[in-house]
Structures are given as C-alpha cells and as structure tokens.
Design a protein. Structure first.
Length: 129
C-alpha cells in the first residue's frame, strides 16, 4: 500500500517538483512555488490535472479566468486548458497535484523551476511509456 500524509510530505519538500507516485493512469506530484515564483503558463494537451493547495496563497489562472487560492482549495485543469499558478503571498505556495495520465518521469525530482524546464527541454522528463 502506498500511503502519504500528503500535507506533511508536501510542506516538508522544498523542491519545485517531486513525483511521489506514478501509476498506469495517474500520477501524484508535490510542488513548492517560492515567494514571487510561478509554475509558468502551460497547457497539457493529453492530461487532466487536479491541484490541491496545502499552504500559502496564490493566484490561479485557468482559461483566462483568475482567482485567489489558499490552503484547502482545489482547482481542476482539464486537458488542453492554458493555466498558470503564481505565488502571491509571503511564504512558499505548497500544493499537490494529480495528473491523468502521468505527465513527468517516474520519481522525478526538480529542485527548481529552471531545472524542471531544462530537463523537459532536453527530453529527460518524459512520462513512462
């Protein structure tokens, strides 16, 4: 059995992105967005994404609609939808997200957004086939 005290695990990770579990149809990822940081505008053509916020405050923009998010909020991003999440608060914005199907390499750990972008550009962050 895979078991994660998810809020605790997410808050204890300083990494921008850490894949906790990858299944055939879904993937569990935790993220920490530093103060003043953002995920970056992106669109996953093949992946639905559900984000749950653990701590901090941010601005979620999905399909051009923006809204403040806080701990306890959940945001759904359907496949093919442009989105971004920006830390608008004084502490890291911590969240966990589920991708369906998986979007990142199994067990990937990206310490920073820059590292994540570099590995993606180099083709080294591909989901399992």
């Amino acid at each position: 059995m895979e078991h994660f005290p998810i809020a605790t695990v997410a808050e204890q990770s300083a990494d921008f992105r850490r894949v906790l579990w990858t299944g055939e149809h879904t993937q569990l990822v935790i993220m920490t967005i530093p103060v003043g940081g953002e995920i970056g505008v992106e669109k996953h053509d093949e992946n639905d994404q559900i984000l749950s916020f653990v701590s901090g405050t941010g601005e979620a923009t999905v399909s051009g609609e923006s809204r403040q998010v806080v701990a306890g909020d959940l945001v759904v991003v359907p496949a093919g939808t442009t989105h971004n999440f920006v830390n608008s608060g004084p502490i890291p914005l911590v969240l966990y997200t589920m991708y369906g199907p998986p979007d990142h390499a199994d067990a990937a750990v990206h310490a920073t957004k820059e590292e994540a972008e570099r590995l993606e550009a180099d083709g080294k962050d591909e989901p399992p086939a």
